[in-house]
Design a protein around this ligand. Structure first.
Ligand code: NDP
Ligand code: 8X3
Length: 250
């Protein structure tokens, strides 16, 4: 049976991907910092697949490697890694942005993705197989006003994805990125630090993508034949044409 490790599985795209993978009978290692949510999801999905939970902060490199080393033998062969954990913190011009927000985005979206990958890639090389999906963003393809450091973090994910493709090519490991546009998750609630009214305004007046839409695409990507690798994919809601062009009915 196939096993997938998903970071950021406590909400949004990661959680929906875990639910979708369970429907495809893919065993799961679900990760995040909120153990209560991991426990609830494990309870729900254990009815159909084997589920292991790992509670760690991707910013802490020791914690990352300790957690991944602790994975029981039954889940030891990780076939799929979904590098999904990440968020935007703040939406401010560069001249007034907060250092704490910048640290969070670089440490989680870039360094955290690298720490998790570093712990898993040697296992994939040893088993001579594996599939890594990096969740980037349209913010990794374009820059928008006040997006500065979040966009930089996602441009880094885009570069790391391409680098992984090259460096892991000799080992037969598949690597690809999915770059969503506007998806309604807890993303904007985190970006605006719990200002849920402001978060809602991001998705008012048009039909945004849902996390289920992205999960459906991720499931499609991982179920292609071995010789087919979806290397780089941008997904918009129909109302969106770029980071700054969204057709709203307001
Ligand atoms: P959510 O806020 O709903 O989910 C973010 C997930 O990341 C949570 O499970 C959270 O878990 C986890 N996470 C955040 N920080 C850490 C950390 N320090 N250590 C471990 N896990 C962490 O947002 P989305 O589902 O929207 O975001 C998922 C990915 O998709 C992100 O990389 C985001 O940048 C990307 N994306 C989102 C888009 C959108 O419009 N929503 C569009 C394009 C890309 P916990 O808090 O439990 O640790
Ligand atoms: C999330 C999409 O446009 O808010 O990465 O940056 S956006």
């Amino acid at each position: 049976m196939t096993t997938a490790l998903i970071t950021g599985a406590t909400s949004g795209i990661g959680k929906s991907t875990a639910i979708e993978f369970a429907k495809h009978r893919i065993n799961l290692i679900i990760c995040g910092r909120r153990q209560d949510r991991l426990g609830e999801l494990q309870k729900e999905l254990s009815k159909s697949v084997a589920v292991h939970t790992l509670c760690f902060d991707v910013r802490d490199k020791q914690e990352v490697s300790k957690s991944i080393e602790s994975i029981p033998a039954k889940f030891g062969k990780i076939d799929i890694l979904i590098n999904n954990a990440g968020n935007a913190h703040g939406l401010d011009p560069i001249q007034t942005g907060s250092l704490e927000d910048w640290d969070a985005m670089i440490d989680i979206n870039v360094k955290g993705l690298l720490y998790v990958s570093k712990a898993i890639i040697p296992k994939m090389i040893a088993q001579k197989s594996g599939h890594i999906i990096n969740i980037g963003s349209i913010a990794g393809k374009e820059v928008y006003p006040n997006g500065n450091v979040y966009c930089a973090s996602k441009h880094a994910v885009d570069a790391i994805n391409k680098g992984m493709q090259m460096d892991l090519n000799p080992y037969g490991i598949k690597v690809g990125a999915i770059h969503p546009g506007l998806v309604e998750t807890e993303f904007s609630n985190v970006r605006f630090k719990g200002d849920d009214k402001r978060a809602d305004t991001v998705y008012n007046g048009f039909d945004p993508l849902t996390p289920e839409n992205i999960a459906d695409i991720i499931a499609f990507v991982v179920t292609r034949p071995y010789h087919v690798n979806i290397a780089d994919l941008i997904v918009f809601p129909t109302a969106q044409a770029s980071s700054t062009i969204v057709k709203k009915s307001l």
